[in-house]
Design a protein. Structure first.
Length: 158
C-alpha cells in the first residue's frame, strides 16, 4: 500500500509532525510539501493523508486550495486528515471541523489533532508582536502531541 502525506507548513510545525507521522508508517510513504511540490499524482497512492496548520484562525492557503481542487479524488481514497493548532479539546475540534469539509471528515479513516508550536525564531517581527500581545507568550513554545501522531498512524494502518 502506497501512502502520500500532503501538507504545507509556515514555521515548520506541520513539517515536523508530517515527518514524525511518516516514520510511524511503513516504508511506502512519501511526503509532499505543497510549498515545493506542485504536481502530485494522487492516482499513484492508495492512501492519502492531508495536514495543515492554523494561522490567524484559518487553514494554510495551499492546503485549502489543494483540498478544494482535489476533493472528489480524496473522497475516493483511504483518507486521513490532521491539523496542527495550539488549541486543545473542544476548541481544537471546532477548528478541525471548520477547516476540513464535512464530506471528507465523514469519509476519513482517521482524524488527528497534533498540537502545535509557536516558533519565534521562524516568525517575522509582526507575527512575534501579535503573538506576544494576543497570547501573552514571550518565547517559543511547543505542545506537539506525539501520542496523537502515533495513535493516528496506528488507525491509518488498520
Amino acid at each position: 500500500m502506497k501512502t502520500a502525506i500532503i501538507y504545507a507548513t509556515k514555521h515548520g510545525c506541520t513539517d515536523k509532525c508530517a515527518q514524525t507521522l511518516a516514520n510511524e508508517l511503513d516504508i511506502n510513504t512519501k511526503l509532499f510539501n505543497l510549498e515545493s511540490d506542485k504536481k502530485i499524482d494522487l492516482n499513484s497512492y492508495d492512501t492519502i493523508i492531508v495536514g495543515g496548520s492554523i494561522h490567524a484562525g484559518t487553514l494554510n492557503k495551499k492546503v485549502k486550495s489543494f483540498i478544494d481542487k482535489n476533493q472528489n479524488s480524496l473522497a475516493e481514497k483511504k483518507l486521513g486528515l490532521f491539523l496542527c493548532c495550539m488549541y486543545e479539546g473542544d476548541k481544537a475540534l471546532e477548528q478541525f471541523q471548520d477547516v476540513f469539509p464535512e464530506t471528507l471528515r465523514i469519509k476519513a479513516h482517521a482524524h488527528g489533532i497534533f498540537g502545535g508550536e509557536l516558533n519565534f525564531e521562524k516568525m517575522n517581527f509582526l507575527e512575534k508582536a501579535i503573538i506576544k500581545k494576543i497570547a501573552n507568550i514571550e518565547n517559543s513554545v511547543s505542545n506537539i502531541n506525539y501520542s496523537n501522531i502515533k495513535s493516528f498512524a496506528k488507525k491509518m494502518t488498520e
